[in-house]
Design a protein around this ligand. Sequence first.
Ligand code: ATP
Length: 331
Amino acid sequence: MEQTVKRIGILTSGGDAPGMNAAVRAVVRTAISQGVECVGIRRGYHGLINGDFMPMNASSVSHIIHKGGTVLYTARSKEFTTEEGREKALGTCKLLGLDGIVAIGGDGTFRGALALSRQATAHGNDLQVVGIPATIDNDIGCSHYTIGFDTACNTAIECIDKLRDTMQSHERCSVVEVMGRHAGYLALDVGISVGATAVLIPERTFDFESDVVEPIRKARLAGVTHFMVVVAEGVGSAVDIARRIQEEIGIDPRVTVLGHIQRGGTPSSRDRETASRMGYAAVQSLVENRGNRVIATRDGSIVNLDMEEALAMTKPFTMDRYMVLEALSRH
Ligand code: ATP
């Protein structure tokens, strides 16, 4: 089969996630190995609209595999959601001679890529797009795993372990807010890993008495003198949860909001390896003329999905991890 893709653009978009650089490196190096040129688009779709680019070669991606953040920078662009904005972006693609785009980010990034490709097709042009899922929330429906999740879990666990040392010494209750506006994957995995007394997640409506007060009471009766409550940000303010604990149990919790620290840091082995495999698969897809695809994971394997179908997929939240937490914390 004749290879039609000759020059591709690569961009990172939406929230940054550790491992994005490893994916950028994999895309650039795989492209070079296949005789495809690579152009880095800085600041996501904002950069594509404004012609903010950098030519990339094998050495442009040297020494970045271990770095958090994204060397291409990332942004959100309202203008790109309009037809006029995408028209400007297509102008940049035409100017640079791009026939493919690898977009690393979340669902929004994939929707943008698909809209761009369709608009190009409507003009009789061919622009193949491939998405790579990267977000610390692990909340992309089509992929069991997203780049950045493992590192973010490890970062949160390391912070909470340090917090626990001081909480244990002072026999206190700690309420820790972790990221996750719509998804509790991070909170739940972190909660299990730090042995939390309770975890509150957006997928499950909680009852304050049975899900917070009672586990603390039971732990106290079992002789425990420090308590750890992990709250996903989508559930509400950790300060409010702490105030209610104070009102209902009479202990004075300390609140820690981990915030953006969870997005940073050296990517873990799992994130580097997943990003490298996904980056490789994304370029292979373009070389095989398979555009409008998302590279995802299913039970640890890398899969290549139709982008439209991928965007319609949901990842049903299962209670198995929550049951593990309950069994281990409510003694
Ligand atoms: P995160 O999970 O970190 O939020 P994301 O990729 O979902 O990542 P978004 O802000 O939703 O982040 O999307 C990134 C960018 O993609 C947006 O700023 C916008 O430019 C573009 N985009 C999102 N949705 C669409 C859409 N329906 N049509 C066109 N462009 C879109």
